[in-house]
Design a protein around this ligand. Sequence first.
Ligand code: NAD
Length: 442
Amino acid sequence: MKISMVGTGYVGLVSGTCFSETGINVTCVDVNEDKINNLKKGIIPIYEPGLEPMLKRNVEKERLFFTTSLKESLEDSETLFIAVGTPPGEDGSADLRHVLDVAREVGKHLDHYMVVVTKSTVPIGTAKKVKATIQEELDKRGEKIDFDVASNPEFLKEGDAVEDFLRPDRIIIGTESEKAEEVLKKLYRPFLLNQHPILFMDIPSAELTKYAANSMLATKISFMNDIANLCEKVGADVNEVRRGIGSDTRIGTKFIYAGAGYGGSCFPKDVKAIIRTADENDHSLEILKAVEDVNNRQKSILFHKLNNHFNGDLEGKKIALWGLSFKPNTDDMREAPSITIVNRLIEKGAKVYGYDPVAMKEAKKVLGDKITYTEDQYEAVEGADALILVTEWSEFRVPKWKEMEQMMKNKLVFDGRNIYDPNEMIKLGWTYYSIGRKPINK
Ligand code: NAD
């Protein structure tokens, strides 16, 4: 069996590598020549735990190939996955340019039956557009070649992507053809030996499922952040409230942690895109509009706490930031709360010193020379007026508070992920702010 995976980003590279791990031949395609040349040399463009050894193993076994030529990848390919980016357009809708470029290229070169699958997150109606685009190119060539389209949204999480792909909670497939259903069933069988289901449905429902899932998760986060802010006003502790509601099995314990707002390449853009789709269909998604507003506010919450602590005078203050990526175990900086915090601090004349265990290279691309990058977490706090914990990487969990007392100007911490124990902070004599819990020693 042979497949093509178009787009070698977080989704395409992980999916392609994991498919090759089952023994099938996978050709990964990307328009980015540097990326492909590096991949051929075993240099991986992203940080994703577990990916590198698996990729190298499958390249060695000659099951995983890289090319910039989509035409070349089509040879003998039974299935082609489109896993290219769908960034937000200016109006918030998903930009389908890359997806339709791939469809056009497929139509130009297709010479045998194939299932063309959208794995990118795409709005309802996209599979139809992909089908029409391929057909248009076939018609131009005067060729009559049978093909099917299907929608197979991806649910992997950056940071756990390999594990999520190998052992998915479920596979969603939207298709209108039994033949395509059989092809995809065969392809996914190795991932479903743990009895997790493969759910077949119509194409629009599959396309909407992805947006609905991300919107629900974003809603849980914003809901909890809103409750956290209320907790602070009324003297409650959001961690206690979380324990209280999380033990209700109807609610569950996941995605109800208060923090500094959600970021990343998916939630912000997907919430925007579904709001846009609904507006276009004369239906206003009020809940999601509020989710977005709450999140935008939450991304500045750490800045406001710090600014209030210093009575609005941040000129010349040295602020240390621990964690820059949008969440731990990834180097992805897209829509990271750290970006908002840095920009707000800089506007007020503060000097920011940042450290991230993995995302320094990506952070430099986004933040440039706005901040000073340090070699480790302790260099960042040297002489600092305050520390802000933005991303909860494991190595930040047990800091050397005693040594830090000597290093920092003030014993002042803003914990954006509620990872430190307030009682311990009291004992150690630090002034400690967190999210949705009472400030300590203020
Ligand atoms: P990414 O930006 O990391 O990678 C996209 C890749 O596609 C890039 O390497 C780019 O060069 C390539 N590309 C663009 N146009 C191309 C073309 N015409 N032909 C070949 N390659 C092309 O994107 P990503 O994070 O992997 O996301 C891809 C899609 O999957 C998006 O729709 C996203 O919403 C969705 N998704 C992402 C995640 C995630 O965690 N990142 C999870 C689930 C779904």
